[in-house]
Design a protein around this ligand. Structure first.
Ligand code: IPE
Ligand code: IPE
Ligand code: MG
Length: 255
């Protein structure tokens, strides 16, 4: 199948504005399952990839808003280990998206002090996708603002198996005994070892599941679901999710 080419959207976005009354108790780490791009396009009689392109524009808005709100980490689920099952033209387009996104948006990310990181098996991505991501990581490595953590070729079960194998090797090497393995041991072997667990996990598009996203890390995350499809999930609703989070009582099993 021919790869459907869509031009990058260069239209000037209106400036992202955030509410000033939101500054107390902002979730430090927000994770988002950006779902519903395909349905967004289908509703308009467009090919699914048009939804992914529109979804990418929304990433820009939400990254800006998160940075302005002084969120510390924003983890975005961009491609799961199961998404390889999709038709090849869609997969190709999704592999191309980070390249286009970073080509157009990296200077702004650098300027806005955003640091790009990824979680997932990056070495299995196409070479040019890896190159674009590596370049973005290098150029933003010293930035101290929002960490934009992109989950790409990410699957939580794979992440855990990979960590367990590493732990087994370390036990075999005699670094520590089986009895010394704790929750921290596993946490420190996950891709997210340097990050705190998400405080708030958002999923768009009305699906009420985690789809292999941060299963270990989200043990005590506050969950927030919306029917809105990802391309339509704008700053106002992002703020609504945060306001809702701020009202919640996190007990972690206590009283
Ligand atoms: C989410 O949108 C983006 C990715 C999974 C890459 P979908 O492509 O899953 O959109 P729907 O769920 O089919 O509408
Ligand atoms: C989860 O969405 C993955 C991403 C958003 C990248 P999916 O659309 O792949 O999830 P399922 O298949 O509906 O569970
Ligand atoms: Mg989906």
């Amino acid at each position: 199948m021919r790869l459907f080419k869509l031009p990058f959207n260069n239209k000037k976005e209106k400036n992202v504005e955030i509410s000033t009354d939101l500054s107390e108790n902002i979730p430090k780490h927000i994770a988002i399952i950006m779902d519903g791009n395909g349905r967004w396009a289908q509703k308009r009689g467009l090919p699914r990839i048009a939804g992914h392109r529109e979804g990418m524009d929304n990433v820009k808005r939400i990254v800006k808003a998160a940075n302005l709100l002084q969120v510390e980490v924003l983890t975005l689920y961009a491609f799961s280990t199961e998404n390889w099952k999709r038709p090849s033209n869609e997969v190709e387009y999704l592999m191309r998206l980070p390249i286009d996104f970073l080509q157009h948006y990296l200077p702004e990310l650098v300027e806005e002090n955003v640091r790009v990181q990824t979680i997932g098996e990056a070495q299995d991505l196409p070479a040019n996708t890896q190159k674009a991501i590596l370049n973005a990581k290098q150029q933003t490595a010293d930035n101290t603002g929002l960490i934009l953590n992109i989950a790409i070729n990410y699957g939580s079960r794979f992440e855990m198996i990979r960590s367990i194998k590493e732990i087994c090797e370390e036990v075999q090497e005699g670094k520590y005994g089986i009895d010394e393995i704790t929750e921290n041991t596993l946490s420190h072997h996950l891709y997210t070892s340097q990050l705190e667990d998400p405080d708030l996990l958002i999923r768009t598009s009305g699906e009420l599941r985690l789809s292999n996203f941060l299963l270990w890390q989200a043990a005590y995350s506050e969950l927030w679901f919306t029917e809105t499809l990802w391309p339509d999930f704008h700053t106002e609703e992002f703020e609504e999710a945060i306001r809702d989070y701020q009202k919640r009582k996190r007990r972690y099993g206590g009283i």
